[in-house]
Design a protein around this ligand. Structure first.
Ligand SMILES: *Cc1c(COP(=O)(O)O)cnc(C)c1O
Length: 352
């Protein structure tokens, strides 16, 4: 605490990212990073940008990247917004669309950045409990609100909400922005981008960090009605005109244009996820049905916290949340088949 801190700074409750240890070589199954490298085409594009041209500012509008995203999703470039990681896109969304006179709604168990942004931007938020099965019940989102946000698939549960239910929610809330955070959608859920031309209140946010193996590049994007996008651009241009560097723009554009590499790695992760889920179920774990690149599971015969600690001691990092309702569960990121083999062997050893 410093006397120079503003009142707002004193009151903040910052987000705590998963551990990124710099000492031991861990098998990292704790921050939902992709175990496979980025597309070789993305790496080549990034290297090509490491030139004398870095003395020049990047394109403030990231037009080539927006064009590549628009082509991939068959939307207009004016329906695409890009930012420095989807966390930044989310921050601009909170300011541009979700700070209203009525409360913002999001699930009680969800991405823990939402309460952090609500506090930072002075947004009144109301959490809506997931049901007994940790699912979003759309009927609970019909109360008066100034906006709705949720991840789909949800984090850290991995459970996906079907597109028909999202559509019902959009119809029930025509006067609120409904924001779907699709950080994990490519691993097995259906994107809501197909609905943006029908619903002017829908904003879909995605990231290159998970399904495109570019967490270290920091690129995220939003797709929605051009009026929503214009609102985001107004906030972005009041904050940072050049959120993406030359290497970010080139790498992300090459990545989204490499469709076959993307599909192949996503499929592999989904396959590994199903195999690991069955193994954990056989061991007596309660495994939630995941459509993401992680599994949320309740161990059997040992507490989640002690299993987390034992695994860490043996060089495997998973994520444990000491939060209400979920402190009996671990979130396990899907790694390579070899990494998951080691993970399962360590668990067998610990439980024996
Ligand atoms: C990882 C994640 C993000 C943020 O990703 P960026 O790396 O900032 O693009 C956003 N939402 C959810 C639910 C996430 O899990």
């Amino acid at each position: 605490m410093s006397q120079f801190w503003s009142q707002r700074t004193r009151e903040l409750d910052p987000y705590t990212p998963g551990e990124q240890p710099k000492d031991t070589q861990y098998i990292k199954l704790n921050t939902n990073e992709n175990p496979y490298p980025p597309s070789p085409k993305a790496l080549a594009a990034i290297k090509a940008e490491a030139s004398a041209d870095l003395r020049l500012y990047s394109d403030p509008n990231s037009d080539d990247l927006k064009q590549a995203i628009a082509e991939f999703y068959n939307v207009e470039q004016a329906q695409v917004f890009v930012g420095n990681g989807s966390d930044e896109v989310l921050a601009h969304t909170f300011v541009a669309l979700l700070k209203q006179n009525k409360p913002l709604l999001y699930p009680d168990i969800s991405y823990s950045f939402y309460p952090v942004y609500s506090k930072l931007f002075g947004i009144d938020a109301k959490t809506i409990p997931l049901d007994q099965r940790f699912e979003i019940n759309i009927d609970d989102y019909t109360v008066p609100n100034g906006g709705i946000i949720f991840p789909n698939p949800n984090a850290p549960t991995g459970i996906a909400l079907p597109l028909e239910k999202i559509e019902t929610m959009l119809q029930a809330n025509p006067d609120s922005a409904v924001v779907v955070d699709e950080a994990y959608v490519d691993f097995g859920a259906e994107t809501a981008i197909s609905l943006i031309n029908q619903y002017d209140n829908l904003l879909v946010i995605q990231t290159f960090s998970k399904s495109r193996s570019l967490a270290g590049l920091r690129v995220g994007f939003a797709v929605g009605n051009s009026n929503l996008i214009e609102g985001l651009e107004r906030v972005k241009n009041s904050f940072n005109s050049y959120p993406l560097g030359r290497m970010d723009i080139a790498g992300a554009a090459a990545s989204i244009r490499d469709v076959s590499y993307f599909q192949q790695t996503c499929q592999q992760i989904a396959l590994t996820r199903e195999q690991v889920s069955s193994k954990l179920s056989e061991m007596g774990f309660e495994v939630l049905p995941s459509s993401a690149n992680f599994i949320f599971a309740k161990p059997c015969g040992v507490s989640a916290e002690s299993l987390y600690l034992s695994l860490k001691e043996q060089g495997v990092l998973v994520r444990y949340f000491a939060y209400p309702r979920i402190s009996d569960y671990l979130r396990i990121t899907i790694g390579t088949d070899d990494e998951m083999q080691t993970f399962l062997q360590k668990i067998e050893g610990i439980l024996a």
